[in-house]
Write a new protein. Structure first.
Length: 210
């Protein structure tokens, strides 16, 4: 499988020197570097933006800013990415890389809880990228959905959750897995949307509002 992964990365667009440096820095300085979007998913996010040309993107869960920069790369000069991160301890790391990006003027970063911040945005978002606390995916979905116009796209990361979604038993104490399971069932049964799970990395769900 690693050979296939390597082959894919060799035959898609490069991530660029800034994102490569961010990736290396994350693996040296951060406890959970695998949480970053990474080369392949970053190019996929950029391609979604190229195809949809959204004017306003909401990202829930900035972390290092890797995905944020990828989203900003793919949008027009008059479009914006609003990104929200609750863990303000990430601020020095994340801000330093976003400020180095040539697309920094298209990024608006907010530190705090999305539930507190979302009402103040007063924006109509064309795309939402969810990659934050897995326990709260259903809450994020319910928060943003009423404010999305028909045709908006929601992308939710980690929806296969390292294969735990198909394990025979799930501990009630494993709230992260329970959160992903609840979200997947919620989307499955929501007839207001069309949906598909892409088996990319840890699972990426596309949800299109009818």
């Amino acid at each position: 499988m690693k050979m296939i992964d390597d082959y894919i990365l060799e035959h898609i667009d490069e991530e660029g020197s800034l994102l490569a440096a961010l990736n290396r820095d994350a693996h040296v300085k951060l406890l959970y570097p695998r949480m970053i979007a990474g080369h392949l998913q970053g190019r996929i996010l950029k391609m979604f933006c190229r195809m949809m040309r959204p004017k306003r993107i909401l990202e829930i869960g900035t972390y290092t800013g890797y995905a944020t920069i990828c989203l900003a790369e793919g949008i027009d000069d008059d479009a914006l990415v609003y990104t929200v991160e609750v863990n303000d301890e990430m601020q020095p790391f994340t801000t330093s890389y976003i400020e180095k990006s040539p697309h920094r003027d298209k990024i608006r970063i907010f530190w705090g809880d999305i539930e507190d911040l979302f009402p103040s945005f007063n924006e109509s978002f064309d795309m939402v990228y969810i990659d934050a606390d897995k326990r709260d995916y259903c809450k994020y979905y319910d928060l943003v959905f009423p404010q999305l116009e028909p045709g908006a796209l929601i992308l939710a990361d980690n929806t296969l959750w390292s294969g735990k979604v198909v394990e025979a038993s799930h501990l009630p104490s494993d709230r992260q897995t329970q959160g992903i399971l609840a979200f997947n069932e919620k989307i499955k049964n929501d007839n207001r949307v069309e949906k598909v799970i892409l088996p990319v990395r840890d699972g990426l769900t596309m949800v299109w509002k009818k």
